[in-house]
Ligand binder design. Structure first.
Ligand SMILES: N[C@@H](CCC(=O)N[C@@H](CS)C(=O)NCC(=O)O)C(=O)O
Length: 338
């Protein structure tokens, strides 16, 4: 009797520790699919295409991880999440990985107990207004109504910015980007504020993007990256080094076009370790030797993913800026593959 009570308590403690204790890497392998939390839809970052297939820069992270672990970039169950629901989805084990323009902050790490495995987009918060308002600076927004997504850093930064500049505003709280877009275009708010990349992505879907301006002020740091649960270290390693593989591949010039040729072996030892023809990096992660090759074949290296989904040749038109490689004056940098 005593023993069964003790075992019962153990089970509850085990559950409370979440899926992390069991090891998400094993769970994903056993399930054969990756449950990846994304946005409810933000074109360029994560949205279903005309055929209902999820596509985008954050989706590319999910597909790379699925390819690294399961050898199949399509073995992903996409779970749409809002600013509010994303953290519960991850904490409860409903998703294995959250790849949803989520800002790495102190409290999300330390208090909510998540582990950010890197940064895939260095961003900052901006403001969009209709051109006809004639506003040219955020300083001119005194008294404005502002559409803002709840459960986001945006909400907190907005309060900080207006307070420290001694200007007032009226928040119009909304749940999703689609709703924000609708409300903003209907004139329910004068201003839409969110991550600058999100503003560019949203504006690109407008009928007349030129009727809307992004104000020059960037009022925060928003390092956006994928995250997992605390204490799930092997799984965190897989996600972290998959992202690092995409970054290192760009640095080393490994692309979709040459990867088949390079994975036959090269005279560059780091390329060989990355692509699994030398060393045991895959086995150290609990994966096949060609894990990074599979991840790269899913959508190309970091720069290819950027250009194809959100880069200057897309309607979203984002410059690399801070997201250029460190060798090009940006912040994108991976530790070495050795
Ligand atoms: N980076 C901020 C904001 C993230 C956020 O919610 N961004 C919006 C606008 S870019 C979004 O992704 N919306 C997509 C959706 O509603 O599903 C955070 O982590 O709190």
């Amino acid at each position: 009797m005593k023993k069964s009570v003790f075992l019962g308590a153990m089970t509850v403690a085990g559950l409370a520790a979440g899926a992390a204790a069991a090891g998400t890497l094993d769970d994903v392998k056993a399930r054969g699919t990756l449950n990846c939390g994304v946005t409810t839809g933000l074109v360029g970052f994560a949205a279903p295409d005309a055929n209902g297939v999820w596509d985008g820069f954050d989706v590319g992270v999910c597909r790379a991880v699925a390819a690294a672990v399961l050898g199949d970039p399509m073995a992903v169950e996409f779970v749409p999440t809002t600013g509010q629901t994303r953290f519960t989805a991850l904490a409860s084990g409903e998703i294995d990985l959250l790849a949803r323009n989520t800002t790495w902050t102190f409290s999300r790490d330390v208090d909510l107990k998540f582990e950010f495995v890197g940064v895939n987009y260095y961003d900052g918060q901006g403001f969009m207004v209709p051109r006809e308002l004639g506003v040219s600076s955020a300083q001119d927004l005194d008294g404005a109504t502002v559409c803002i997504q709840t459960g986001t850093t945006t909400e907190l930064n907005l309060a900080d910015y207006f307070r420290s500049n001694d200007i007032s505003y009226e928040p119009v709280p909304i749940e999703t980007n689609a709703e924000a877009q609708q409300q903003y275009l209907a004139g329910a708010c004068d201003v839409y504020t969110t991550d600058a990349s999100g503003l560019a992505a949203t504006r690109a879907t407008f009928e007349n993007p030129g009727d809307h301006v992004l104000l020059p002020e960037i009022v925060s740091k928003e390092p956006l990256g994928p995250l997992v649960r605390h204490g799930d270290n092997e799984w965190a390693d897989v996600a972290r080094w998959t992202l690092n593989a995409l970054i290192t591949a760009e640095e080393l010039g490994v692309t979709s076009a040459n990867i088949a040729e390079l994975s036959a072996g090269t005279n560059n030892p780091e390329i060989n370790r990355l692509l699994g023809t030398e060393g045991e990096l895959g086995a150290m992660l609990g994966l096949e030797a060609d894990w990074a090759k599979n991840a790269l074949m899913a959508g190309g290296n970091y720069g290819e993913l950027f250009e194809a989904n959100i880069g200057e040749s897309t309607p979203i038109g984002l410059a690399r800026g801070l997201n250029a490689m460190w060798t090009e004056g940006g912040l994108i940098y991976s530790p070495p593959f050795r």
